[in-house]
Design a protein around this ligand. Sequence first.
Ligand code: 3NM
Ligand code: MG
Length: 534
Amino acid sequence: PAIDMTKIDYSLYLVTGRELLPPGKDYYESLEESIQGGVTVVQVREKKADTGEFLEIARRTKQICDKYSVPMFVNDRVDVALAVGATGVHLGQTDMPVSTARKLLELGHPDSPCLIGVSVGNVDEAKRAVLDGADYVGIGAVWVTTTKNLVKPVVGVRGVGDILDIVGDAGIPAVAIGGIKVHNALHTLHGAVGPITGTTLSGLAVVTEIIGAADASIPAKSLTRIINSRSKHFHWPALCLPANTSPSAALLAESAGELLTALREHSPLIHQITNNVVIAQSANATLALGASPIMATAPEEMEDLGKVVGGLLVNFGTITSKAGMLVAGKAANANKKPVVFDPVGVGATQFRRETASELLNSWQASIIKGNAGEIGALLGSSEVVTRGVDSVGPGFSDPANIVRALAKRERCIVVMTGKTDYVSDGYTAVALSNGHSMLGDVTGSGCMVGTAIAAFAAASRIVASERTEDEGKLVRGDMFQAAVAGVLAVTIASEIAAARPDVKGTGTFMSALIDELYNLKAQTIADRAMVEVL
Ligand code: 3NM
Ligand code: MG
């Protein structure tokens, strides 16, 4: 059947690269396998071939594509595209201008228009491509790659989102390219969403992961499965259930109690890379809640841990193991485990700001938890500044919108702690008003909230382990409910602890707080929770 130029399926876009074939592997055999595995569009890319050879490769590639009704683009060469009757050409930033290519293609094929794709690596190039009338764009490099000499900085998953806002507004489909593998495909799809328009990727473009395989159908099938499974959960709220329904205050209070019961029943292992001020305290809080702590920091053990843990907390209060944090988060993503990020004091130093950015570009957080200063610093807001690691001031004039904005941008749940705590998935925001002022007088109470959230996130994932609606999500379970539950557990326990007659000051308060986490009942959470849906 003829290819409908208005309905190209960009979902799995193969860019060829014969030099990356395994030794002895035939290019055409690999190509056919990849299409059988699910490749939906092919771009012939020949950087070294002479024109005659390029033409012959494009001609034979086209024959195979035609057999499966797969559209074929030609990299750079308008003449080759015209000669073989390709669906279109793909132009890089240093190739022929789009307008010139368009003219030549129209001259060559007056009655069947060809499509033009353009590579873009930043917002300005994307704006230009829109003005030039590109039919689709390839955004890259999203990850580090050695397949192409990169002349610009890697865009990163979050940077792809900003470009998607530009092209999405213009209705132009976009694929991401560069270093995309089976193991980071879901993260790429989840993270690369326009924070303003909600525009998503139309597909993933891949060279090495497919071409380099002994049987190209295997990675193609894996990628196809990931791309097809994401559709249902692609839009907000991507890390919650039930999707698209606002939770009621009563439901959130009740689910917090249920998650505590599940936490105690399953006792998941909570991996915590945290600061050396709170290690023992956080480990004890984990045990008091009914989970098991493991406080490992060595990068060498992260891959093994990623498989067995129930959830991960990355708290960078004292950054001594950045390498471990990077690998641990990637391993957690690869194993679909929740990742809670506590960017302690992120506004305080340049090093912390850069580290936070590097971590958020390397893995997808499920939940970010911080005080007003930290959330403000991540968002780049100057309304509240971080003074060291202490929470400062009354916070923002519109805190709900601050947490919403960061949640939307980072594609995760955001918790902002303070006298009132705020939680948002980017749409719904809730205010939680339990707690006691003594929490502010002891060290590490905020870190303890992060620990509790990680434990409840692990519990939520276990509860959802059979839920078919959660297939294709980066993390199973409801991260919104888990975040609310973690805050409620610590703040409600603090109220009960502070009211005890044996609490004489902050020392006995801390012991009492651990006691009350240990003694906390599901029903107590449900009864005492002060939740307001905003
Ligand atoms: N274009 P792999 S990156 C062809 O950034 C190409 O525009 C890029 O190869 C861009 O999947 C790239 O092997 C190579 O990393 C992608
Ligand atoms: Mg080029």
